[in-house]
Design a protein around this ligand. Sequence first.
Ligand SMILES: [Zn+2]
Ligand SMILES: [Zn+2]
Ligand SMILES: [Zn+2]
Length: 447
Amino acid sequence: MWSDCAGKCTEKYAWGKLADELMQTLGIAIEFELYGACDSTRHCKDFVISNYDPSHFADDIFRRNFLEASFQCTKCVRMCSLPMTGIDIYCCCFPCGPWSKLGNRMGLDDPDADVCWQAIRTIKHMKPVLFYMENVMDICSTSRDTGGADVRLIKKFMQQELGDTYNTMTISNTSPIQHGYAAEKKRFVLVGGRSDQVDENQLRRNFTELIENPLPVTHNYWTFLGLDEIADEIADAVGELPSPAAACKIHGSGCKCGVDPMILCDQHPCRCAQCKHGGGAFCSWRVKAKKYLADHGLQEAAADGCVTYIQALELMGLLGPKSPRQRNMLNVFARLPAADPLRSTLMIMDISQAIDRARPRCDGTVPTMGVNASMWPMRAGRLLDVSEMAKMMGLDLSEVDLRSTTQSQMRQMLGMSIHVATAGFALIGLLAAAGCRPQPLIAVDSR
Ligand SMILES: [Zn+2]
Ligand SMILES: [Zn+2]
Ligand SMILES: [Zn+2]
């Protein structure tokens, strides 16, 4: 196996799970070794090397010489040979920044997008039996002045470079929800099999069947993670007038953070760029929050003197976030009809996002987790920790070596990587197509 833009090398982890299952249910033993991997981020390299010990590692996908079949290897600290045979599976989750809503959206004009061309050249050189490439769905919608979506240009380049040596297939909107996880992460996946080993129809049949027969989601995120809820007294107090004792405590705390974003709190000063420079104008988050209140008919809640979500938590000794923006957002979301009753709501949102982007979900699934995601399940009264976020992404942190990885590095790697179940989906569909090519009939010369 070779993994470019490896991240935490999800494919290798997914492969391990798949191999266990193949052994258990079918008695088939297949082992994959991570032969080479590439990632420009230091902590990704440390994680991949300490967990999967690839023979070679590169930190720059562009330092490859296809003519001389060599590449700059940072593990061996020399030019190592870039294999032209022997790689069975090639994976590349190339950077999504050029297309993602969170990136600059320059599409193929973004220098980061060049990784995609380099990955295709690498496939041409290595001739893996199977490959997959993954990105965000927006790659299909970004149009070019020259006509057509970026994905069409990518497929065109692939056709130019690989010709009919590969059968490929694109899969849109695949999400962990289809693979049994209560997590949203819609992705675009391009799969391919070398045509001497993989029959095109079989490839299509496999993936059609996998897509038409999704795995049932048996747990919502709450039961899956076994979360504990805040005490009923906390849940029931929100949105009600405070008792005299509570009112006294709230007053005594000095915190003014509420549902109204325009009230400044000395205890929770804003650290946004505008405030830092003493701009005087209201922070953009306050303006957005004010609009949000208006759009959702919550202006009255801003001044009704009822107990806020953060007040209810902190009265009982729990801790809300320190950021005034996040405190306000949670207070606002707690007053949405979807959060009522708080005792039983499944509302969860990413509080690292702006209020109009955080999109609380209440259907038991976790929204897409980006690089800086901070997931707050309302009824739990706290953020999900990194191991819980990893579990939602299909990764059990107790199964990996984390000695060279900090919590925030793991959080970042989770946000950037393909979901374990999506990688598993791509791998199983590909693997089941390998070796399926019908033998061509031998032409007999009848003359
Ligand atoms: Zn090497
Ligand atoms: Zn405050
Ligand atoms: Zn500010």
